[in-house]
Design a protein around this ligand. Structure first.
Ligand code: BES
Ligand code: MN
Ligand code: ZN
Length: 492
């Protein structure tokens, strides 16, 4: 795999070699260090020539400056007062890209308007690390682009404060990378059993892991989940990850993820075009696993349960058929009209299990659940469905701060009626219209009174537009969002 750059924080001073980047805010001039290094004024002239005004992520590059460095890069961060986490991630990502071939990049975190705070410095480093991510483990020939080791030094005012901030940010970043790795992995290498093993690796960070195998799932009467799994030669798994970083008596909060390692559609098979993307139909489970990684690595002061339901949806002599009626763990029966609406079936049992066994403060599930949410929202917002305004508002706020945005969609009786069945308690599809909403209604039938939110991440977990800090097909969407939800609201 592409090696991550190595990061360090040092006191602000004039770097001696390598590529040097200067961060400049809108309307400011070069900072004092940059000015001192630009002894012949060529950098300043290049900026004037290009009418550089410090706009976010606009850059000026000067190759082989008089000083003998490889390159100077000036990058704008926009108005200092407007810059938050997303802006710093973008700056860090862009700088890593413009110095991708360098062995040493020094970022002088001194804007013309003053030095940057530790949170900004840490987010710049995170942006650079996320940008450096490349899923290249199956490429046998190197593209020659990666340096042997690339070192990134951030010149900051208070290195120890910045290091502390980076420790937390790096934990979160590593959680995002875990999620991206899982989603990018092809399904021949990552079946339910292999996924469970990957989750088990989190025990190194102090996460307790329990793996339920087929026997356990049968014992719990998870007929909806097992109906989906029965067409695959690879047996289902459910993994419960527990992080107890909060007060002993505090009820846990819970996250539940859809983990369909590959979704052919089953007997209601999908068309061939683009079907390969269905290796990413475990994006919800990947986000929950990445979140648990982040929370444990930064030792979050919260009690958290992460549950992932892992199956493969295949057509087979033993696969379930349209018209089959299955009995879920809740006792409710479901008529399976379309075997391609499988995510809701496995989540029905996972949500019920979570609620009955752990009695959490709230449950949030993540799922690449419907193509319809992509029709509605494209790739820029996940669909949010919830029975609780407070939880929804907190998610929306976390979305704004992290750039992992959510958009609330309606739920209601009229939509719920659309999944009534003449042969069973409900059917698993609602007809042509409002497809992402009827999927949400289905899930809600497996949630009692506790606060619950469903995030439909079909458009955001994979194939979302590339940006300065993500060039990967799998974005790792959800990890930063939910980590922020926890840190802003649920840590003591
Ligand atoms: N995994 C798909 C949804 C999906 C589509 C995710 C595109 C990512 C990209 C899901 O299991 C599915 O097949 N949903 C069907 C539901 C339909 C049969 C009611 C869909 O969206 O077409
Ligand atoms: Mn499907
Ligand atoms: Zn699916």
């Amino acid at each position: 795999m592409a090696k991550s750059p190595v990061f360090s924080f040092a006191k602000l001073e004039q770097p001696k070699k390598g590529v040097v980047a200067f961060v400049v805010s809108k309307g400011s001039e070069l900072g004092a260090i940059a000015k001192a290094m630009d002894s012949d004024g060529r950098l300043k002239r290049a900026m004037d020539e290009a009418e550089f005004d410090g706009k976010l992520c606009s850059t000026i590059e000067l190759l082989a400056p008089e000083s003998g460095h490889e390159k100077f890069v000036v990058i704008g961060c926009g108005e200092l007062g407007d810059a938050g986490e997303v802006e710093w991630l973008r700056v860090g990502g862009k700088l890593r890209a413009s110095a991708a071939k360098a062995e040493l990049l020094t970022i002088v975190c001194e804007t013309g308007a003053g030095p940057l705070a530790e949170g900004a410095n840490a987010a710049i480093a995170a942006g650079a690390k996320l940008r450096a991510y490349d899923f290249d483990k199956y490429k046998t020939k190197s593209n020659g682009k990666q340096p042997k080791t690339s070192k990134i030094v951030l010149g900051v005012e208070d290195p120890s404060k910045s290091r502390k901030s980076w420790k937390i940010m790096e934990a979160i970043t590593d959680g995002v990378i875990t999620a991206r790795d899982l989603v990018n992995e092809p399904a021949n290498a990552l079946g339910p059993v292999e996924f469970a093993k990957r989750a088990e690796e989190l025990s190194k960070l102090g996460v307790e892991i329990e793996i339920l195998d087929e026997k356990d799932l049968k014992k719990s009467k998870m007929g909806a989940l097992l109906g989906v799994a029965q067409g695959s030669v690879r047996p289902a798994r459910m993994v419960v990850m527990t992080w107890n970083g909060g007060k002993a008596k505090q009820e846990p909060i819970a996250f539940v993820g859809k983990g369909v390692v590959f979704d052919t559609g089953g007997i209601s098979m999908k068309p061939a075009g683009g079907m390969e993307d269905m290796k990413g139909d475990m994006g919800g489970a990947a986000a929950v696993t990445g979140l648990m990684h982040a929370l444990a690595a930064r030792k979050a002061k919260a009690n958290v349960i992460g549950i992932i339901a892992l199956v493969e949806n295949m057509p087979d002599g033993n696969a379930q058929r349209p018209g089959d009626i299955v009995t879920s763990m809740s006792g409710q029966t479901v008529e399976v009209i379309n075997t391609d609406a499988e995510g809701r079936l496995i989540l029905a049992d996972a949500l019920w299990y979570c609620q009955e066994k752990y009695k959490p403060q709230f449950m949030i599930n993540l799922a690449t659940l419907t193509g319809a949410i992509i029709v509605a929202l494209g790739n820029h917002h996940a669909g949010l469905f919830s029975n609780n305004d407070e939880l929804s508002e907190r998610l929306a706020a976390a979305g704004t701060s992290t750039g992992e945005k959510v958009w609330r969609m309606p739920l209601g009786k009229e939509y719920d009626k659309m999944i009534d069945s003449k042969n069973a308690d409900m059917k698993n599809i609602g007809g042509r219209w409002a497809g992402s909403i009827t999927a949400g209604q289905f899930l809600q039938r497996f949630v009692n009174d506790l606060p619950w939110a469903h995030l439909d991440i079909a458009g955001t977990a994979m194939g979302s537009p590339k940006n300065e800090y993500n060039q990967s097909w799998a974005s790792g969407y959800g990890v930063r969002l939910l980590d922020r939800l926890v840190s802003d609201n649920y840590e003591n």
